[in-house]
Design a protein around this ligand. Sequence first.
Ligand SMILES: [Zn+2]
Length: 366
Amino acid sequence: MSDINPITHTKSVPLLSVKGTHTSIGQQIGEAQKQAIRNSIENARVLIEAIQDDLHLSWEGAQTQASKYMPFVQERYPQYLDELYGMANGADVNINELAVVNFLEGVTVDALHLTKCTSLSVNEQNTANNHVLIAHNEDWLPDDEPDLYVVHVKVEDEPEFIAMTYGGLLPNIGFNECGIAQCCDTVYPQDTRIGIPRVIVSRAVLGAKTISEAIRRTIIPLRAAGYNHLIAHESGEMYNVEVSAHNFDILYSTEGYLAHTNNYLSQKMKALEDHSDELIHTRIRYFRALHLLGKTKQHSIETLEEILKDHVNFPDSICNHSFIDKKPMDREKTITSLIIDLTSRKMKLAWGNPCLNQYQDYEVAI
Ligand SMILES: [Zn+2]
């Protein structure tokens, strides 16, 4: 499969602007990214079939599982289900297959320990120009790397936002016109259940107008599981909100910088972590990121780029290359690396591993 995973990219990640109702923006994304959405469904199908003996789950069974999450979304967040239906319609794909892509972590009962993202933020106390900066490496299946895009969304009843996404996944990593940015890192709680999927919860955060509203949205009742949500505001307020299905903790930065990877940091949440002994790589990335963030109080976009390119503990480094000679469910790499300047409302994004690809500017006035 590595032949469909280009290591270097000669083009910039596509930027798509959509506007209208939730159904309409889904439809527009579906039409514009039809092939990428179809690819992501095919990649999910191939993955599930490759590991179906381990999971005792067929592709049809995965769709049945995914459909069980739908009533929870319909009850609490019908507008995001409208986006999914619009996307399915625009791309002419089956809604249940698209639901598998979006609810994949829940459908596979978190057997996919592959979302090894790293998120960072620094506020005006730690940047040379007093800006608030957020950075994120998205580590995921190499097969989805070609289907990356940036979306600028103006939806009728929510703040405008810019986010990165890929294939048929609802966008959730980006920033909005109220000066709120979010990065998500998968964590592994023991208390997962059928409920509102993580991707829906994090999509909702981009619709928040205040910090407290953003945090409230991460801990919505009847959620299926939880991410860590690194939530930063343009004022310099920055939080890690660690969430599971039934619990959460809010970690605040007093030093003016934050990092998070894929293990819980709060004592309360550590007690709920599944298979902690398998999460050594992520702890090493966390401490490495903290070490590098603490080296200077004069951070800039360039210093954060260097952190995101770091190769200590290669291939399970912050710049992740852990996909060669791995089993299908264990393959992962950095498929994009991004930096948000929340003060000037700009995003830079490298397609693929940032050690091999240039960062490109995405400037959209919001
Ligand atoms: Zn690298």
